[in-house]
Structures are given as C-alpha cells and as structure tokens.
Unconditional design. Structure first.
Length: 135
C-alpha cells in the first residue's frame, strides 16, 4: 500500500496503518529527518498512549502503556555499532511478548528481525509530501 500525505493528515494515516497492519512488529525505514518518530508518535496516540512519546535514541527502547494497559515498545537502533548489542537489552524477549513493537533503523539489526514483521518505508517527495509504503 502506498500513501502520500502531509503532516496535517498524520493521525488519519496512523489509524490506516494500524487497521491495515498484518503484524504487531513494524519496521520504520527512511532517512534521518523524514518523520519516522513523528509517525510513531501518532501511531502511539491512536493506540491509546497518553504519555509524551519521544525517540529512544540514547536509551534504545522506550516503553509506553495504552489506556487499556497494553504495552508498546519503541526501539531506535541508530546508535548501535554491532547488531549483537540487541542481545544485551533482551530484544528477543521483547519481540516474543506479542505487544506492539515499533523499530527505527531496523537495517542495523538485520539478523534479528522477526519474519512476521511489516515494513514501513517513508520518504519525502519533491513537493515536500511524505510518501509511505506499507509492505
């Protein structure tokens, strides 16, 4: 599915992603500054997270609770140097729990990506609109 949108439409785009997702593990691909964290913030809001969502660039993972007391884990692997570092944080345990998992920079942990994950690719076109491909 390919969607072109502007930032003012992000909440409706987030709802559409949740409705169309085939997995609870979403992998966010895109260049720095393309809007991955902004989209994840909207997705978390649509899932009922009332806390302020921020990028876990330094902590690697942030945990949020929804209003229904479900858990969402937001990973950002931009700062890891070796993919084996994910073992030190217990990544395999996180992904086996069945919770929502959002991963920024998944290409840095390619060997540890579950097969049932769904890719979300984001780019910005020449007009400044976001182009999202959910595959």
């Amino acid at each position: 599915m390919k969607i072109t949108y502007v930032l003012s439409e992000i909440d409706s785009i987030a709802t559409r992603i949740i409705e169309c997702s085939k997995s609870n593990i979403l992998l966010f691909y895109g260049d720095m500054g393309v809007g991955k964290t902004t989209l994840i913030t909207s997705l978390a809001k649509q899932l009922g997270v009332s806390e302020t969502v921020s990028s876990p660039t330094f902590s690697i993972v942030n945990e949020y609770r929804t209003l229904e007391d479900k858990v969402l884990y937001h990973f950002d692997f931009y700062r890891i140097n070796h993919e084996e570092e994910v073992l030190d944080i217990g990544f395999e345990e996180y992904i086996q729990q069945g919770d929502w998992i959002f991963i920024e920079w998944p290409e840095k942990i390619a060997s540890f990506i579950p097969e049932n994950s769904q890719n979300v690719q984001i780019s910005i076109d020449k007009t400044g609109q976001r182009v999202l491909i959910l595959e």
